[in-house]
Design a protein around this ligand. Structure first.
Ligand code: F0G
Length: 482
């Protein structure tokens, strides 16, 4: 897909695919949407899909699949051990990253579990550009801690920095010196850095980090779940890669890393995951854990049909026409919102459009979860489901006090090649309405709070009757319209 210039001078994102299978969706009246939000404990994870108009919770496992992926599913070789499907998938991955060994796992966090069990010891520290929720949970579970070394610019909501996901090399050198290399479990680079707004890492930065890790004898782990968005920006924003094939770029990334792992719910547009390494010692250690926690070595807890779809999806993920739709749609939505003065993370990244709830709801203190409140309000205003990426997504500190997040973001994720441009315009319109009525949005507090990963199934309640006020204002402004 490309941003195509029209005769009128306007640029439009032009889809390089056609839609041949569709799913009907419902747009419920605003009163019903408010009721559903209340029944879901003001947690968008607890909404029912049938009540949602546009599901922008995540791109995980909900990307559109190609006809070739569906076709491949039919030739899946069902067997407990030695399935041909495994060998096909293994070959695709080995070629793609140039790495020797592949271990299958049922999804990204299962890979994180195996890697943490292998490399993290009580008291050790994992250095990374930025954490992801499940990554951190697995490292902490093994008694380790994480330390984030992303460049300071990453925390500026509005920025011109093309690679906000880069690791700060001075911080890395300093952290290695401070901890001593024996204490460092591994260094981790996350492609398309999720929690800071889907922000990419430059190849140059990966090379620098890899040189340091090799010199110090520290293992370098690469989370490739959001690789395709990262590749798009490597080509677009890094001059020396402008004319380099995506396959070559991916091979170079593989050559810099000791371990590559990924969620195939994102990379490969199927459902599954996997770990790659060329390090025999690491491979033999991790190999023992796969049958214990995942399944036999030739399926790792995945359905063979999904593995076939993944093998094709991975090859398609090196096609610029396929991978560019998300970042181009993210940019289109960000630009529509910015034009109305709505604060979003810039430059637009991959994965989704990220609204800064600290500014949008500047009247809500961080202890009352502005990003969670905004997620609930957006659903009431539009039927669009986003995801809170702020303090609710953090875990309380050991003494029970809140760990206030660096950023309070509402993420509106774009499942790959699922939505249309008129749907993007609808989202922008309803959020613009909400912005002009933002003083109505109030805070949230926990009603039921799980200890671990509380954002998944914790229940909250509003402070005051702000949802009802929002519904009344909506009716006043939109009349009978949905
Ligand atoms: N790493 C990154 C960067 C991720 O974004 C995710 C999942 C995982 C690891 C874990 O993979 O879900 O297959 O176990 N991210 C999803 C999201 C859940 O919505 O951003 P998983």
């Amino acid at each position: 897909m490309s941003n195509l210039k029209l005769f009128s001078g306007e640029n439009i994102p032009l889809e390089m695919h056609k839609v041949r299978m569709v799913q009907k969706i419902n747009l419920l009246p605003v009163e019903k949407r408010s009721q559903c939000m209340s029944e879901a404990g003001f947690n968008t994870f607890l909404l029912k899909n049938l009540d949602i108009f546009l599901d922008m919770l995540t791109d995980s496992g909900v990307n559109a699949m190609s006809e070739n992926q569906y076709a491949a599913m039919l030739q899946a070789d069902d067997s407990y051990a030695g399935s041909e499907t495994f060998y096909r998938l293994e070959k695709v991955l080995n070629d793609m990253f140039g790495m020797k060994h592949f271990l299958p796992a049922h999804q990204g966090r299962a890979c994180e579990h195996i890697i943490a069990q292998t490399l993290v010891k009580p008291g050790s520290v994992a250095l990374m550009n930025y954490h992801f929720t499940t990554t951190k949970a697995h490292i902490c579970r093994m008694g380790g801690v994480i330390e984030e070394l992303v460049i300071d610019e990453a925390f500026k909501i509005q920025s011109n920095e093309p690679f906000k996901g880069n690791m700060d090399i001075n911080k890395l050198n300093e952290a290695i010196k401070r901890h001593g290399k024996e204490k460092i479990a591994f260094v981790r680079i996350e492609a398309g850095t999720n929690l800071i707004g889907g922000q990419p890492v430059s190849l140059r930065n990966m090379r620098e980090v890899s040189n340091i890790c090799r010199k110090e004898g520290i293992k370098l782990v690469f989370d490739a779940s959001l690789l395709t968005d990262n590749l798009y920006f490597n080509k677009l924003r890094e001059a020396e890669y402008k004319n380099v094939d995506l396959f070559e770029i991916t091979r170079e990334i593989g050559s810099l890393m000791d371990i590559v792992y990924f969620s195939a719910r994102k990379l490969g547009a199927a459902r599954g995951g996997g770990i790659l390494t060329s390090d025999d010692k690491l491979f033999f250690f991790m190999r023992e854990l796969v049958p214990l926690f995942e399944g036999f070595l030739t399926y790792g807890g995945m359905s063979v049909r999904e593995m076939e779809a993944m093998a094709v999806g991975l090859q398609e993920s090196l096609d610029m026409d396929v991978i560019s739709q998300t970042p181009i749609f993210v940019e289109a939505l960000c630009n529509e919102l910015l034009a109305k003065g709505i604060p979003v993370v810039t430059p637009p990244g991959g994965l989704g459009c990220h609204i800064d709830a600290k500014q949008f709801c500047s009247h809500i203190p961080q202890s009352e979860y502005p990003a969670g409140a905004l997620a609930a309000a957006v659903f009431i205003a539009s039927g669009v489901r986003g995801m809170e990426r702020g303090t609710i997504s953090e875990q309380r500190l050991d003494d029970g006090s809140e760990h206030l997040a660096d950023m309070e973001l509402l993420r509106l994720a774009f499942p790959k090649r699922v939505f249309t441009l008129s749907q993007v315009k609808y989202i922008a319109d309803r959020i613009t309405w909400l912005f002009s009525n933002r003083s109505l949005i109030g805070g949230l507090e926990f009603a039921e709070e799980p200890k671990v990963l509380r954002f998944f199934f914790g229940r909250l309640k509003p402070k005051g009757d702000w949802p009802q006020q929002l519904v009344r204002q909506f009716r006043k402004d939109f009349g009978e319209s949905l």
